[in-house]
Design a protein around this ligand. Structure first.
Ligand code: SIN
Ligand code: CO
Length: 391
């Protein structure tokens, strides 16, 4: 970052405090922040973004308008398949840039005034003049940070959204702009969910979108019930009917009342335990993004691992999602009970995403935290901080 950015880790809200932002704007009202990040340096340049889009582990889309027709293609894209940036009316969108670039991850971290459980990813789009994805609504909050070049944003509320039929992407048919701004590098627009918006590149440009996640009731219940189906808990009696009276064959197809009553009773009385729900919530919210695979490093044995982390410290892999609540920590969809006496340390790891050598030197050899960290190291969820070169 250049010196124009007063604090490269601070929330990029210019003069506004995070309290004011959360009270007045979050989920409530759009906000344009001029020079949210002065002298902003994009986390990736155009060539690096195009290269990411050629990787099949990266989620990317190409949207173009040709002779009034919308075109949508999904990546990976070979660089020579993309039109020239000097052309017109196309956009390349790369989802989850924070999973692949430390600089993108660092930019996303500036938005940690919103809990990690609500933060989703950093999408970066590269557009030729006139490029955009059309007027649309998103179900989630978004910060649209202009990285380089200029983009004109028009926004407006949409009471009853209607989509243009037959298109490969969701474009609003009844979008009417209420406000309009031309964003320059470092400017940022915040939009609550549901606001219609249309961003059109004026000359080639790059935009970073900070996206959020918010489960819907159905999404959450579908995931929870799918898991509960494997282990509903409680006893498992089987229905029986000793003493059943014979049925008249003309009535044999009727569902018997006692069988119906028993099944209805099992269904209505089924209740997950508090612990089952608690654990599921933590594991669900800490699930890595779809498509993330951790490659296990050439893992060290427990003893050399302990020696090395005491000299070098550890850092979470940038793709690791780690959350905590009470005595439990959740990491990449799994739960751990933080051993007594190490809770503040494990929370520090979740909050700072790294622990220094000094933090780890205070942990006794027989502390149960060390084998847990070692497991996470073997899974590729955390790494040794690179050793400093001697001068
Ligand atoms: C874009 O970067 O072109 C689209 C971002 C958005 O509208 O959410
Ligand atoms: Co959008």
């Amino acid at each position: 970052m250049k010196s124009g950015d007063p604090d490269p880790h601070a929330p990029p809200l210019a003069g506004l405090s995070v309290d004011q932002f959360m009270r007045r704007h979050w989920q409530r009202a759009p906000l344009l922040i001029r020079q949210a990040i002065p002298d902003f340096e994009p986390p990736l340049d155009a060539a690096a973004l195009i290269e990411l889009a050629s990787d099949d582990s990266v989620e990317s889309r190409f949207v173009a308008r040709r002779r009034g027709r919308w075109i949508l293609e999904h990546g990976p894209f070979e660089a020579d398949r993309l039109p020239a940036l000097s052309g017109r009316d196309w956009t390349l969108l790369v989802q989850g840039a924070d999973l692949h670039s430390d600089a993108a991850r660092a930019l996303l971290s500036r938005f940690r005034f919103v809990p990690d459980a609500r933060l989703d990813d950093l999408m970066i789009s590269l557009a030729a003049d006139g490029g955009g994805v059309g007027p649309h609504q998103d179900s989630y909050d978004v910060f649209l940070l202009q990285a380089w070049g200029r983009r004109r944003w028009r926004i407006g509320r949409v009471a009853e959204p209607q989509l243009v039929p037959g298109l490969p992407l969701r474009v609003l048919a009844n979008f009417e702009a209420e406000r309009e701004w031309l964003l320059e590098p470092g400017d940022m627009l915040y939009l609550p969910p549901g606001w219609g918006h249309d961003g059109i590149a004026e000359g080639p440009c790059m935009t970073c979108s900070v996206g959020f996640r918010a489960p819907s009731r159905h999404e959450f219940l579908a995931a929870f019930l799918a898991e509960a189906a494997d282990s509903p808990g409680g006893p498992d009696p089987r229905f029986g009917d000793p003493g059943r009276r014979p049925v008249d064959p003309v009535d044999a197809a009727r569902i018997p009342d006692d069988l119906h009553r028993k099944l209805a009773d099992w269904a209505r009385r089924w209740r997950p335990t508090v612990a089952q729900v608690d654990e599921f919530i933590g594991r669900y919210l800490s699930e890595p993004k779809a498509g993330v695979w951790f490659d296990a490093p050439t893992a060290l044995g427990l003893k050399p691992f302990i020696e090395r982390i005491r000299r070098q410290g550890i850092a979470l892999d940038r793709r690791t999602r780690m959350l905590w609540r009470g005595h439990k920590v959740y990491i990449n969809g799994e739960v751990e009970h933080a051993p007594a006496g190490t809770r503040s340390l494990i929370r520090r790891l979740a909050e700072r995403r790294h622990l220094g050598a000094a933090d780890l030197q205070t942990v006794a050899d027989d502390n149960e935290l060390l084998p847990i960290l070692h497991q996470w190291h073997k899974a590729g969820w955390l790494r040794l901080t690179p050793a400093r070169k001697r001068p």
